[in-house]
Design a protein around this ligand. Structure first.
Ligand code: ZN
Length: 170
């Protein structure tokens, strides 16, 4: 089971809106499987396709996180059908390693999408999991979590990221 390379926030693919999936085939199923393996290998809770360099509208997420039991699902062409009041909590991103920030997200969301057989899926999530859904869906729209910060806070984080990147390369 090959692990995929997770691109970092400097990669322009993360700034492009992903294309709707209109053909679910073996290649897509293989991609989704590899994304699940990659997500767990990176100790992530969710992973969007563009984070592994594929600009397609799908993500994988572990909906079992609150039950402390792995339950990975693949959600194709997702949309948020309901959300409620915003709450602040800390979050991070596999494409912006080791940096965290307090971000406003809805406490509850309802998400609709499709599985690999083309069947409709619906999830209701709250708290940490609701946050993960919103984070992954932002990725598919070309949005990174620090876009939700003030300009000042964002540029501080961006500087920190670039500094880390230099340390890694040096
Ligand atoms: Zn992310």
């Amino acid at each position: 089971m090959p692990f995929l390379k997770i691109v970092n926030c400097m990669d322009p693919i993360l700034r492009k809106k992903c294309l709707k999936v209109d053909n679910i085939d073996e290649t897509l199923a293989q991609l989704a499987d590899n994304m699940i393996d990659t997500m767990y290998a990176a100790s992530g809770l969710g992973l969007a396709a563009n984070q592994v360099g594929v600009s397609s509208d799908l993500f994988v997420i572990d909906v079992g996180v609150q039950k402390e039991k792995r339950d990975p699902v693949i959600i194709i062409n997702p949309v948020i059908t309901a959300s409620d009041e915003l709450v602040m909590a800390e979050e991070g991103c596999l494409s912006i390693p080791d940096l965290f920030a307090e971000i406003n997200r809805s406490q509850h969301v309802e998400v609709k999408g499709y599985d690999l057989k083309g069947n409709e899926l619906r999830y209701e999530a709250e708290g940490f999991l609701a946050r993960a859904f919103q984070h992954e869906m932002d990725h598919l729209k070309g949005i990174l979590f620090w876009d939700n910060l003030s300009k000042v806070k964002r540029s501080i984080m961006q500087r920190k990221f670039k500094k880390k990147l230099k340390e890694v390369i040096a």
